[in-house]
Design a protein around this ligand. Structure first.
Ligand SMILES: [Fe+2]
Ligand SMILES: [Fe+2]
Length: 360
């Protein structure tokens, strides 16, 4: 039988139709283990850094007696509200731990994270007490009211929660950065313009730095998911964005008043959410066009590989897979350095394993 050489155009056609998957894709189990190992190592890196650089105490680290006692009612409303939100730290922590209990790294991180969130609650409580706009008895009643409410997870699965916490931490960070701005006397909105207070600057900046660290931890976790499970993860991301709301505002006795004060002061509202929260978080997650991403997800979730199995595709309009890959590689670089410092690199080094989904 004569062997005929296929025409170039036919080869080209076949090549074009071949799904762009390299051999040796990782199994679900392998991916899960990679994410778990990286989370574990990142958690150790995080706690080292946290102890070294953010070891403040809500009572001891601030000059409480120098805090202003004549802030405007609007500023008082903001402080009362942020205390109310941070006051649910036990709910945030316990429910997160329960959801993540099978992941050693993430469940343990959750405890440390909770301990840091608890300090925020104490810090704002001190702030309320020392600002003296409420009596200790009033604050006692307020706390009891808050305790009657209970915060529940907005999503029951770790994937959605991975994004929820990214957005939520960025939103809180922004809120505190804007409170610090106001306390530097840089807010000219009515009711907020006479708010210069150096102690409040320090308080808000200290918390904002914690929130930035939380944001970064959760961002790395979200990127690991995006890298190894792009399709499901992007789906979850779009869902989370659509339904995001600040935690616990509905549990406050006067959540509308608080929301209104945040909005009027420009500390946090729809505009800030869109520009300074969502846009920033999405960029960090490799999403360059949210609308295109939403359309893309609806079009192609999975495609068959050469063996006929359905696989994730790494090709989505509006999403730059390579950006995520670069970030994940950078994360591994950081983990390796840390492990080397300790000596863990000689026993259980974190090694970057390509997902096999990259186009490059
Ligand atoms: Fe916080
Ligand atoms: Fe936080």
């Amino acid at each position: 039988m004569p062997i005929t050489k296929p025409e170039k155009t036919i080869i080209k056609e076949i090549e074009e139709e071949r799904p762009p998957y390299p051999a040796g894709l990782l199994s679900r189990q392998q991916k899960d283990l990679l994410i778990e190992r990286a989370a574990r190592s990142l958690y150790r890196w995080y706690t080292t850094r946290s102890q070294k650089t953010r070891n403040w105490h809500p009572d001891q680290s601030f000059n409480w007696r120098a805090l202003r006692t004549d802030h405007s009612p609007e500023v008082n409303t903001v402080i009362e509200g942020v205390f109310g939100i941070e006051n649910y730290a036990p709910d945030y922590t316990s429910k997160g731990i329960q959801m993540l209990r099978k992941s050693y790294g993430r469940a343990n991180f959750q405890m440390r994270w909770g301990a840091e969130e608890e300090k925020h609650s104490d810090l704002w409580l001190n702030c309320m007490l020392f600002m003296r706009f409420r009596t200790p008895e009033w604050i006692e009643d307020y706390m009891q009211y808050l305790r009657e409410g209970e915060w529940n997870l907005p999503w029951e699965d770790p994937l959605h929660m991975a994004f929820y916490v990214v957005i939520q931490e960025r939103a809180t960070q922004l809120t505190y950065l804007n409170i610090a701005r106001l306390a530097r006397g840089e807010n000219d909105k009515p009711g907020f313009s006479e708010s210069a207070d150096p102690v409040l600057v320090e308080i808000a900046q200290t918390i904002a730095t914690d929130e930035a660290a939380h944001y970064n931890f959760f961002l790395e976790i979200a990127r690991l998911y995006l890298y190894y499970y792009p399709a499901q993860t992007l789906d979850a991301l779009v869902d989370t964005i659509e339904h995001f709301g600040m935690p616990s505002v509905h549990l406050l006795p006067d959540g509308d008043k608080f929301r209104d004060a945040l909005y009027r002061s420009g500390i946090y509202g729809g505009r800030e959410y869109a520009h300074d929260v969502l846009k920033v978080a999405l960029k960090n997650l490799g999403v360059n066009n949210r609308r295109a991403l939403e359309r893309g997800i609806k079009r192609s979730r999975q495609a068959p590989d050469p063996d006929g199995h359905l696989r994730d595709t790494a090709f989505f309009d509006g999403f730059e897979y390579d950006v995520v890959e670069t970030s994940v590689k950078r994360l591994y670089g950081r983990l390796k350095e840390y492990e080397k410092e300790v000596g863990l690199d000689e026993i259980i080094p974190s090694e970057f394993v390509p997902s096999g989904l990259s186009v490059n």
